[in-house]
Write a protein of this length. Structure first.
Lengths: 381, 317
C-alpha cells in the first residue's frame, strides 16, 4: 500500500514538474551532444555557420503585459532582424537568487554566445558566471557591475514619465493625481519625481498622491492601492507597477490613467491616456549586431528617448491636440539638453535641491532618495 | 469620515470574498482530517480556467461552473492520494500547488485568442456585476454591505449555514468525528473514506469558487499569478479561525480590511512610514492569532482536528 502511494506521488510530481516546465533544464543531455556537433562542424566546413545563440533570463512571464512582455518583444524584434543568423531562447520566472547563477551557467555550458539578464537582482550572479566564461558575452539590465565580457544597459524612463506627467497635469480636473508605486528605491523615486515635475511644469496647483505597495507584481494589491487613491478624489492614476490592474481600476470608476512598462492602452482602452514605455528592441539589435561583427565591447549604457530605448506610447483619442503639442515641445527641450532634473527643483519641504541653471549628475540621479515638491506621501530615509 | 468608512467596508468585503470561500472550503476539508496544501495551485488553475470558460462562452456562470469543476477535480486527486493511497498529505498538497501554478501559467499562454499571441492575459471577458439593493445600499456605512456582487451576498447566508451544519447537525457531527477520531467514527458505522472524499471535494469546489472570484469579479481578467500567495493566507486563516466557519469570515475581513485601511492612510498623506503600514496586515494577523489562542486556551477549546493529516487505515491499531 505504502509502495503504491509513493508511485502515485512520484507520478504526480513528475507531471507537475513537466507542466511547470517553463523552466527547462536540458543541462543533463547537452554536454554529450556538444562534442558531436564539433565533429560535424569539422566534417562539413562549407555548411552555413552555426547561428549565434542568445539566451534571455526573465524575472516574470512574457504574459505579464509589462516588464517582461517588453523584453520579450525586444527578443522577437531581434529574431526578425537577424533571421537565421541567430537563435534565441528564454527562461521565465527566474528568482533573483543563486538559482539564477545556475541557470546562466547552464546556458554558458550549452554553448550560448550571449546571455541577457533582465532584472537588477541577477547582477552579482551574472558577474560570478561571467568570470567563469570569458568567451561568452553577458549583458545585465539595470545594474552597475561590468567586466570585460559583461556590460550593463538601461533607459532613462524618467524622460517619458516627465512627458506623461504633462499630459496628466493638463487633463486633471480635481488637481489631484494618484501614483501607485512599488518599492522605495531610487529607480522608482526618480520616476515619481520626474512625473511630478512634469505635472507641475504645466499645473503648479496639482498634487500627486502616493501609495507604496511594496511589491512589483500583485494584481489584487495594486488594484486596492489604486481604489484607495480614487476614493481620495484623484481623477488620474499613474503607476510604477507591472500589471494593468491600477489602469483597470481607474477605468471602472470612469477616471483616466497613465500606463507604464508597455503600451497599456492596447490592453485596457482609451481611458489610458498614454504610457511611459520601454522599447528594448533597438538596443538589442544594436548590441547583438556588434557582437556578430566582432566589435562588441563592454559598456554601461543608459539610453535616452533619443536612442529609442524609452518612449511615450501613442496617445489615446481622449488627449486633445493642445496637450500633444505641449508634450512635443517639452520633448524637444529635453532632447536639446534641458533634461528633466535641471533646476530649480525643490523638495517636499520647499527646500531647494537643484539650483537654477544646474542639472543633477547621473550618479545623483541614480541615488535619488528624496521627493520633489508636490508629492503627498513619504519615503523612509 | 462616513464616506471613508463606507468605502473601507466596501473594499474589505470585495477583497475578502475570495478568501472567505477558499477558507471555508479548507475548513471543511480539514475538519474531515485531510490537510490540503494545494489551495494556491487550485485557486490559480480555477481562476485561469474559469476566466477562459467565461471568455469563450460569454457567460460568467459557465466560468464559475468550470472553476468549481477544476477545483473539485484537483481536490479529488488529493483525496485519492491521501485517503485511498494514504500518501503523505503535505507532499501531495504541495505537488498539487506546484502542478496548479505551472499549469495555470501554461494555460494562460495557450488558451488565448490568436490575435493576442494565444495569451489570455489582457483579454476582457464577462464579469460578475455589482448589484445594489435599493434602499439598503443608501444607508451610511452599512450600505456597503448591500452594494456587492452576488457571491458576496451568498456569503451572508453561507457562513451561518456552514457553521450550523458543522456544529448543529448529525452530518456535521459525523464529519468532525472523522476528523477527530476516525477509529471511533468507523466503529459507529460512519464511512471514513467516503466522508473524507466528500468533504475534500466540497472544499475543492469552494476553493475553485474563490479562485474564480478573482478572475471573474474582483480583478476581472487573467494575470499571471493573480492570487499573489493568497492560497497560503487561506491556510493561515484556517488556523486563525480555529476551524470554525464563522471566525473564518472575520479573519478574511480583518486581513483584507487592514490593507484597505493602510492604503487609505498613505493616500491621505500621513507621516507614518509606508514600510510600516505595509507590514500591518501581517502584524495584525499574528496579534489576533495570539489573542485568540490565548483566549481559547483559557476556555480549553483549542486545537486542530486530532486526526488532521493522518491517513486512516482500518486494520491499524
Amino acid at each position: 500500500m505504502k509502495f503504491k502511494a509513493w508511485i502515485g506521488l512520484t507520478l504526480l510530481l513528475i507531471v507537475a514538474i513537466l507542466v511547470s516546465g517553463c523552466t527547462p533544464e536540458p543541462e543533463v543531455e547537452e554536454p554529450e551532444i556538444a562534442p558531436e556537433t564539433e565533429a560535424t562542424e569539422e566534417e562539413v566546413a562549407e555548411e552555413p555557420t552555426e547561428p549565434f545563440r542568445i539566451a534571455f533570463v526573465y524575472i516574470g512571464p512574457p504574459g505579464d503585459l509589462g516588464w517582461t512582455f517588453e523584453h520579450d518583444r525586444g527578443r522577437l524584434m531581434l529574431e526578425e532582424e537577424f533571421g537565421d543568423l541567430i537563435e534565441t531562447t528564454y527562461i521565465e520566472n527566474v528568482e533573483e537568487g543563486p538559482d539564477s547563477a545556475r541557470i546562466m551557467r547552464d546556458y554558458a555550458q550549452q554553448g550560448y554566445d550571449m546571455i541577457f539578464a533582465t532584472s537588477f537582482g541577477y547582477m552579482d550572479h551574472m558577474a560570478e558566471v561571467a568570470a567563469e566564461f570569458p568567451d561568452v558575452i553577458f549583458e545585465h539590465c539595470s545594474g552597475y557591475k561590468t567586466a570585460d565580457n559583461m556590460a550593463t544597459y538601461f533607459g532613462r524612463i524618467y524622460q517619458p514619465r516627465y512627458l506623461s506627467g504633462i499630459v496628466a497635469g493638463l487633463m486633471t480636473e480635481t488637481n489631484s493625481i494618484g501614483y501607485v508605486a512599488a518599492m522605495e528605491i531610487p529607480e522608482v523615486i526618480r520616476g515619481l519625481n520626474a512625473f511630478t515635475l512634469g505635472v507641475r511644469s504645466v499645473n503648479p496647483e496639482a498634487e500627486v498622491r502616493l501609495v507604496w505597495t511594496n511589491t512589483w507584481y500583485d494584481p489584487v494589491l495594486e488594484r486596492e492601492a489604486a481604489v484607495s487613491l480614487l476614493d481620495q478624489g484623484v481623477d488620474i492614476i499613474a503607476q510604477h507597477q507591472d500589471t494593468t490592474e491600477p489602469q483597470k481600476a481607474a477605468q471602472e470608476r470612469g477616471m483616466l490613467s497613465i500606463g507604464y512598462d508597455s503600451d497599456m492602452g492596447q490592453f485596457v482602452g482609451d481611458s489610458v491616456l498614454t504610457s511611459a514605455m520601454w522599447n528594448w528592441g533597438t538596443y538589442y539589435i544594436d548590441t547583438v549586431g556588434k557582437a556578430l561583427d566582432g566589435t562588441w565591447e563592454s559598456h554601461q549604457f543608459w539610453g535616452s528617448m533619443d536612442d529609442d530605448i524609452v518612449m511615450l506610447a501613442d496617445f489615446s483619442g481622449l488627449v486633445p491636440q493642445e496637450v500633444i503639442d505641449e508634450v512635443e515641445a517639452a520633448k524637444e527641450r529635453i532632447l536639446t539638453g534641458d533634461d528633466v532634473f535641471c533646476g530649480p527643483i525643490n523638495n517636499q519641504n520647499g527646500q531647494e535641491m537643484v539650483a537654477e541653471g544646474e542639472c543633477m549628475s547621473d550618479s545623483d540621479m541614480l541615488n535619488m532618495s528624496w521627493l520633489v515638491e508636490g508629492v503627498i506621501g513619504s519615503v523612509s530615509q | 469620515m462616513i464616506a471613508l468608512l463606507t468605502s473601507i467596508l466596501a473594499i474589505t468585503l470585495r477583497a475578502g470574498t475570495s478568501l472567505v470561500y477558499a477558507t471555508m472550503g479548507e475548513i471543511y476539508t480539514e475538519n474531515s482530517g485531510v490537510l490540503n496544501l494545494g489551495i494556491e495551485g487550485m485557486m490559480l488553475l480555477s481562476a485561469v480556467s474559469g476566466f477562459a470558460a467565461a471568455y469563450y462562452s460569454g457567460f460568467v456562470w459557465v466560468g464559475f461552473l468550470i472553476a468549481m469543476l477544476v477545483g473539485g477535480i484537483l481536490a479529488a486527486i488529493h483525496a485519492f492520494l491521501s485517503v485511498t493511497m494514504r500518501a503523505n498529505q503535505v507532499v501531495s498538497g504541495l505537488s498539487i500547488t506546484l502542478f496548479g501554478t505551472g499549469m495555470a501559467s501554461f494555460l494562460g499562454q495557450r488558451l488565448g485568442p490568436e490575435s493576442n499571441n494565444y495569451y489570455l492575459a489582457g483579454m476582457v471577458g464577462p464579469r460578475l456585476q455589482t448589484i445594489s439593493i435599493p434602499g439598503l445600499s443608501q444607508i451610511p456605512v452599512i450600505g456597503a454591505l448591500f452594494n456587492q456582487d452576488i457571491l458576496t451576498y451568498i456569503i451572508y447566508l453561507l457562513v451561518p449555514l456552514a457553521w450550523f451544519y458543522l456544529y448543529k447537525t448529525r452530518n456535521g457531527l459525523n464529519l468532525r468525528a472523522v476528523g477527530e477520531d476516525p477509529q471511533t467514527a468507523d466503529a459507529m458505522g460512519i464511512n471514513v473514506t467516503r466522508t473524507r472524499y466528500i468533504y475534500t471535494i466540497i472544499g475543492g469546489l469552494l476553493v475553485g469558487l474563490g479562485g474564480a472570484h478573482l478572475s471573474l469579479s474582483y480583478t476581472p481578467g487573467w494575470s499571471e499569478n493573480i492570487t499573489g500567495g493568497r492560497g497560503w493566507i487561506v491556510i493561515a486563516l484556517v488556523i486563525f479561525a480555529m476551524w470554525n466557519p464563522g471566525r473564518a469570515f472575520l479573519g478574511a475581513l480583518i486581513f483584507g480590511g487592514i490593507n484597505a485601511v493602510q492604503f487609505r492612510l498613505q493616500a491621505s498623506g500621513t507621516n507614518i512610514p509606508a514600510s510600516f503600514l505595509n507590514m500591518m496586515p501581517y502584524i495584525m494577523t499574528v496579534l489576533v492569532l495570539v489573542l485568540i489562542t490565548w483566549w481559547e486556551a483559557l476556555s480549553k477549546r483549542i486545537g486542530a482536528p486530532a486526526a488532521l493529516s493522518t491517513p486512516y487505515m482500518r486494520e491499524d491499531k
